[in-house]
Design a protein around this ligand. Structure first.
Ligand code: ADP
Ligand code: MG
Length: 233
């Protein structure tokens, strides 16, 4: 279980997150929604140690996580799939996947993990020797997800996977999220597609201007109320 307790974080003199508290329960999908610029990506970066936490604490299974360098996150079973896919364009699909298993302890499992990735994303198998730069947006997102899974993380953090994708691909993407969830993984999903995110989530947080504006069990969320809050200034 990952917990943020009164976290402040930002970029130098510019503070973005103001006393953010939230919990991502083990085996559940927690979604963080909110308008552009609300601080969602900054929140994920704070978890990953990519921006410093200046107040409060982040805990993983009760132990302090903030202060841990980013490159040790894989040791703690955490992987992030960043906003904008960020695949290695000049490397093949399979090389991209292998990069996701960079950690020493994962190398022995590369073959099996590749097979699992291709089972979950059959299109990547078809395209395994193709350069990642030649993939469509949807395929690149699938590749970014599959690469994130190569370290077999217990906690998977995904930043706006559906952004800019065609509706059919978005359907496919949310089906994959359902399957990942069914597989028992803990997931933190940042999304702007609130309806889809709420439908797949166990718990919903709305972030507005760097603060938690709503925290609710997904089954109790009223979309109309959520949208009113979302667009409130
Ligand atoms: N590298 C950066 N340096 C300074 N400010 C930044 C940086 N990245 C993001 N910000 C600012 O932090 C705020 C939150 O951004 P972000 O976390 O990316 O929001 P979201 O992901 O919700 O769209 C915005 O005002 C943005 O301009
Ligand atoms: Mg963002």
């Amino acid at each position: 279980m990952l917990e943020l307790d009164q976290v402040r974080a930002g970029y130098g003199a510019i503070n973005v997150l103001w006393d953010v508290s939230l919990r991502a329960e083990a085996g559940q999908l927690t979604t963080i929604i909110g308008p552009n610029g609300a601080g969602k990506t900054t929140l994920l970066r704070a978890i990953m140690g990519l921006v410093p936490v200046t107040a409060g604490e982040i805990r993983l299974n009760g132990e302090r996580l903030n202060g841990t360098p980013t490159w040790e996150m894989a040791d703690h079973g955490i992987a992030m799939i960043p906003e904008g896919r960020m695949v290695f364009r000049d490397m093949s699909v399979e090389e991209n996947l292998i990069m996701g298993a960079f950690h020493k302890s994962h190398r022995a499992h590369v073959k099996r993990r590749l097979e699992e990735a291709y089972e979950m994303f059959p299109r990547l198998r078809e395209r395994r020797t193709q350069l990642a730069g030649s993939l469509s947006g949807g395929e690149a997102q699938m590749l970014a997800m599959a690469r994130g899974l190569m370290s077999d993380p217990r906690l998977l953090i995904i930043d706006e996977p559906s952004l800019g994708l065609a509706p059919l691909i978005v359907n496919e993407l949310f089906e994959i999220l359902e399957r990942l969830k069914a597989g028992g993984r803990t997931i933190i999903l940042v999304e702007q597609n609130t309806e889809r995110a709420v439908a797949v989530a166990d718990h919903v947080y709305l972030v507005q201007s760097g603060r938690v504006a709503l925290s609710q069990v997904a089954s109790e969320v009223k979309l109309k109320h959520l949208h009113e809050l979302y667009f409130a200034r």
